[in-house]
Design a binder for this molecule. Structure first.
Ligand code: GLA
Length: 484
């Protein structure tokens, strides 16, 4: 399969698939939370593990592997349990951690994940119960449950659609969105109705991504044929995807038993070109030598993370049909061999082995820049103060950009509590957000703030990335002085 995708970032032309429909469908995207303006990247346990092995130790081991394998450094961030019996509903109707499986509590797991510079993902279901009926669903508890997810410091929730008889899908997802909004924590909503209710037509107003198909495999074994069918169904929905609202052809099967190295490469290329969420589903603790370079191929990831957010679409045409002058000298970058050739006139010829892929970018100039890829060293600032004399404390978070070019300074939202101020400084491509905490006049107690920072595309002025992180302050004694 050879595809060519077009995308533009900061006036450079990327090439690797396809043409666009003449008139894009009207977009209903209505969320201004800045979340997942580029497709989310992360890991979920379901494809490889299914339900039973999931527990705190497994998730923590995966988190550690995500960091040590280098996956965090190329943008993978959302991680946490899928349907893994991590909570139940207590007799008062409140969601409560299953402490046998998650002894640190779901909040404790979230803190662990945030301190590692990753984002916390959880799972629920819009019906009475999750699919296996092992966990409660949110039906009739939407507002309390979203409050609980916020209290657990969740950043991303996958909302399944099992056991939803009699529920209207649009109304239900709207209610869950309203509930999340009321809970006050920005959370990515990943809707999982397997395409039921054609969510691409309406869900951008109430969520951030939606499954377009049934499950990609049974837990534990990849299914290449099913994955390819899903890809070809998903690509047809290309008009409906864009920044902050994505078609989701399911979690990835790269690195799972059942796929060859060539198939892993092809699969990853397809998901990158389709602007699909890059949610790995393999066992990150045991990756073969070829799996890590595939999952961490920054040049392929760059195609996926293009801020334009245009989903690739299949065409079988001449280059001239997609606006490329065939006689002009063009440079071709092979994103798997990492070689550039050219200038070529009148196209190029590529031989592709069965099930393998040629993933190419084409440019008029010999430059193939990477879009911004954002990595943080931590998403949690946590301080404890014992002193009753006023002081100013400081804690920094470093935001790295693995893209080619410097980003403008992150802009921190204005409305922070009086005890917190944040300044941003630049050091090469890294930026440091310094959190200054003034304890003057604070009473004994727990203080919490969510900091939002935005980055804006310099040419178009469009929002490009938003990050959120938590600041916790524990004050053990009343502090003298006056709060500024
Ligand atoms: C559905 C989803 C899967 C997984 C399981 C859990 O089948 O599509 O991705 O979350 O539920 O039971």
């Amino acid at each position: 399969m050879t595809m060519i995708m077009l995308g533009v970032w900061m006036a450079f032309v990327y090439c690797t698939i396809i043409t666009w429909a003449e008139e894009p469908s009207p977009k209903v995207h209505a969320l201004d939370d800045g979340l997942v303006l580029i497709p989310p990247m992360g890991w979920y346990p379901w494809n490889n593990f299914g339900q039973e092995p999931q527990n705190e130790q497994l998730i923590k081991e995966i988190v550690d592997a995500l960091v040590s394998s280098g996956m965090r450094e190329v943008g993978y961030s959302f991680v946490g349990p899928d349907e893994g019996i991590c909570f139940y509903r207590d007799s008062n109707g409140k969601l409560t951690t299953n402490l046998e499986r998650y002894p640190s509590g779901l909040r404790g797991l979230g803190d662990y994940i945030h301190k590692k510079g990753l984002k916390y993902a959880l799972y629920t279901d819009a019906g009475t119960h999750t699919c296996s009926k092992a966990m409660p669903g949110t039906k009739d508890h939407e507002f309390e449950d979203m409050r609980q997810f916020a209290d657990w410091r969740c950043d991303y929730v996958k909302i399944d659609w099992c056991n939803t008889e009699d529920l209207d899908i649009v109304k239900t997802c709207t209610k869950l969105h309203d509930a999340q909004h009321a809970a006050g924590r920005p959370i990515v909503h990943s809707l999982c109705s397997w395409g039921e209710g054609s969510p691409w037509k309406w869900a951008a107003a109430v969520g951030h991504l939606w499954r377009t198909s049934g499950d990609i495999c049974e837990p534990g074994r990849a299914d290449w044929g099913n994955a390819i069918e899903i890809a070809f169904a998903n690509e047809q929905l290309f008009e409906w995807a864009g920044p902050g609202h994505w078609n989701d052809p399911d979690m990835m099967i790269v690195g799972m038993p059942g796929l060859s190295e060539a198939q892993n490469r092809s699969f990853f290329s397809l998901w990158c070109m389709m602007a699909a969420p890059l949610i790995a589903g393999n066992d990150l603790r045991e990756m073969s030598k070829s799996t890590i370079p595939i999952l961490t191929n920054l040049e392929a990831i760059g195609v996926n993370q293009d801020p334009l957010g245009i989903q690739g679409h299949i065409v079988r045409v001449d280059w001239s049909d997609i606006g490329i002058d065939e006689t002009a000298g063009l440079y071709v970058r092979n994103l798997w061999t990492h070689e550039t050739t050219g200038p070529h006139a009148n196209g190029i010829s590529v031989t592709v082995a069965p099930d393998d892929v040629a993933l190419l970018r084409i440019s008029k100039i010999n430059a193939f820049p990477l879009p911004p890829i954002i990595v943080a060293d931590s998403y949690l600032v946590s301080l404890r103060v014992t002193d009753s004399i006023a002081q100013t404390l400081s804690a920094a978070i470093t935001i790295k950009n693995k893209g080619s070019d410097d980003l403008p300074l992150w802009k921190v939202q204005k409305s922070l509590p009086g005890w917190l101020s944040v300044t941003v400084t630049k050091n090469g491509k890294n930026q440091t957000l310094t959190n200054k905490i003034s304890t003057a006049g604070l009473k004994k107690g727990l203080y919490h703030a969510i900091v939002r920072a935005d980055n804006t595309e310099p040419v178009s002025g469009k929002p490009m990335s938003t990050i959120y992180y938590d600041v916790d302050l524990e004050v053990l004694n009343d502090v003298g002085g006056v709060s500024k």
